[in-house]
Design a protein around this ligand. Structure first.
Ligand code: S3P
Length: 442
C-alpha cells in the first residue's frame, strides 16, 4: 500500500508525453484478437485495466507481446476458457468482452474484483438477451454466457439505451458482428465512438446519425474476418485532463501536452474549462489511427463557475473528479445536472468528489444526479484522502494538493496504476512537490 503526499506551492513547467488512450487500447487489444492476422499497436497503454483485458485474452487462447509500448497480437480462434475470466477492476474489459464473446459463441464466465461486482450489468445483459445471446439474467458479475451453435446467428434490429454509454453501445455492436441482419443501437446522446472508428478501419460497414430519438449507429454484420490493425494510439485525453487542471489552478504553471487525442466524444472538459475562462491553446494535428489529435498549451488562469448538463456530461463523463477540483478553485457557483451515471463508476464519484472538496475546506453539495460547488478561488485546507479504489479520484486529489492551502495525502495511491502507471513520475518531472511512502496502515 502506498501513500502519495503532495505539497502545495510548486509551479508545474514543461512538456509531457502522455500514455496511450485507455479506451482505444482496450479496443485495439480486443478487436485485434477477433481479427485474422497479426496486429501492431504502438503507444499501447500498459496499465492495470488493460492487463486485465490482455490476461482474459490469454485465457481465451490469444497470444500477445508487449515490447516497449508496442503491442503485437495475433488473432486466433478463441478457446473456451478453463475458468472464470477475471476482468479485475475493469468494466470496459467486462462489458466489451461480453459482446465479443456473444459474437464468438463460446461459453464463458465473466467476473472481477469486488468493486466490479458492485457495478450494474443489467444494461448489457438485457439487450444481449433481446438479440438472442444465451446469457444468464442478472444485474451483477459474475455473468454466465452459454455456448451458441455456430449456425445460429443473433438477431439484428433496434436496441434503445436509456443512458448514453460507449461501453454498452460497444458491447452490443461487437455482438452484432454475429447478427443475421443489421443491428442499430440508439442512445440519448452521442457517446465516444472509438469502437465504430476502429471497426470501420477493420473493414466493417457502419453508419450513424442524429434523429428525433437520439444518436443511432447501425452495423452491417460482415461476411468475412476483421482486418488486422496497424496503428499508433493517440495520447489519452483523460490523462491529459489532470495536467490541464493542475496547470490551471497552480500559480506560475505553464505546460505543453503533445499528441493528445481530441475525439469530440471525449473533450467536453476542454469546452467547459474554456467557458470558465481557462487559458488553453489547442493546435489540431490531423488524425492518427483514425482518431483526431493535437497539441495543447495550458497556463495558470483565474476560473469562474459554470453549469453543466445534457450531452456535455457524456463528453466529459470520466473528467468529473478533476473538473470538480477546477470548479472548487474557480470563483462562483458551479452546478452539474443529469450526471447520475457518476454514481456507478469505480466509486460513487458524486459522493467522493463532495467528500474531497469538503475535506479541503470547500463547499460542496451532492444531488441525486449531480452536485453544486461554491468556489471561492481556492481550497484553504489539506486532507488525508481515501480514493475508495478509484484511480481518477486519487489523481484528482493529488492535483488538488498542488494548489490547496495544506498538503494532501492520497491513501492507497497504487490504484493510480490502473489507468496511469507513470502519473507520479510525470508529476515529479514537471516540478510537482510529491513523495510516496508505505502506508502505515498496511
Ligand atoms: C469507456 C466508457 C465510459 C467511461 C469508461 C471507459 C469506454 O463508460 O466512463 O472509463 O472505454 O467505452 P460508459 O460508457 O459506461 O459511460
Amino acid at each position: 500500500m502506498n501513500r502519495l503526499i503532495v505539497q502545495p506551492g510548486a509551479a508545474l513547467r514543461g512538456e509531457i508525453d502522455l500514455p496511450g488512450d485507455k479506451s482505444i487500447s482496450h479496443r485495439a487489444a480486443l478487436l485485434a484478437a477477433l481479427a485474422h492476422g497479426e496486429s501492431r499497436v504502438d503507444n499501447f497503454l500498459d496499465s492495470g485495466v488493460t492487463r486485465a483485458m490482455l490476461n482474459c485474452l490469454s485465457a481465451l487462447g490469444v497470444d500477445w507481446q508487449i515490447q516497449g509500448n508496442r503491442l503485437t497480437l495475433r488473432g486466433a480462434a478463441w478457446q473456451t476458457p478453463a475458468g472464470a475470466l477475471d476482468c479485475g477492476n475493469s468494466a470496459t474489459t467486462l462489458r466489451l468482452l461480453a459482446g465479443a464473446l456473444a459474437a464468438v459463441g463460446i461459453a464463458a464466465v465473466l467476473d472481477g474484483s469486488e468493486g466490479l461486482r458492485r457495478r450494474p450489468m443489467g444494461r448489457i445483459v438485457q439487450p444481449l438477451r433481446q438479440i438472442g445471446v444465451p446469457i444468464h439474467d442478472g444485474d451483477r458479475a459474475p455473468l454466465m454466457i452459454s455456448p451458441r451453435p455456430a449456425e445460429k446467428r443473433l438477431s439484428g434490429g433496434r436496441l434503445r439505451l436509456d443512458v448514453a454509454s460507449a461501453q454498452v453501445k460497444s458491447c452490443l455492436l461487437l455482438a452484432g458482428l454475429a447478427a443475421g441482419s443489421p443491428l442499430t443501437v440508439i442512445e440519448p446522446h452521442r457517446s465516444r465512438d472509438h469502437t465504430e472508428r476502429m471497426l470501420a478501419a477493420m473493414g466493417v460497414h457502419l453508419s450513424s446519425g442524429q434523429n428525433q430519438d437520439g444518436w443511432q449507429v447501425t452495423l452491417l454484420p460482415p461476411d468475412g474476418a476483421l482486418h488486422p490493425l496497424d496503428l499508433r494510439i493517440p495520447g489519452d485525453f483523460s490523462a491529459a485532463a489532470f495536467w490541464i487542471v493542475a496547470a490551471l489552478i497552480t500559480p506560475g504553471s505553464r505546460l505543453a501536452l503533445r499528441g493528445v487525442g481530441l475525439n469530440p466524444g471525449r473533450t467536453g472538459l476542454l469546452a467547459a474549462l474554456l467557458q470558465m475562462g481557462a487559458r488553453i491553446q489547442v493546435q489540431p494535428r490531423g488524425e492518427q489511427g483514425g482518431e483526431p489529435l493535437g497539441d495543447l498549451w495550458v497556463e495558470h488562469s483565474p476560473l469562474r463557475g459554470i453549469e453543466i448538463g445534457g450531452e456535455q456530461v457524456t463528453a466529459m463523463i470520466d473528467e468529473f473528479p478533476v473538473f470538480g477540483v477546477a470548479a472548487a478553485f474557480a470563483r462562483g457557483v458551479s452546478v452539474v445536472r443529469g450526471a447520475a451515471e457518476l454514481r456507478y463508476k469505480e466509486t460513487d464519484r458524486i459522493a467522493a468528489l463532495c467528500r474531497l472538496v469538503t475535506a479541503l475546506g470547500g463547499q460542496a453539495e451532492a444531488q441525486p444526479d449531480g452536485f453544486t460547488l461554491r468556489g471561492c478561488g481556492g481550497l484553504p485546507g489539506g486532507a488525508v484522502f481515501d480514493p475508495a479504489g478509484d484511480h481518477r479520484m486519487a489523481m484528482a486529489a493529488a492535483v488538488a494538493g498542488l494548489a490547496a492551502g495544506q498538503p494532501v495525502t492520497v491513501e492507497q495511491a497504487q490504484i493510480i496504476g490502473e489507468s496511469y502507471p507513470g502519473f507520479v513520475q510525470a508529476l515529479a518531472s514537471l516540478g510537482g512537490d510529491c513523495r510516496q511512502e508505505a502506508d502505515p496502515a498496511a
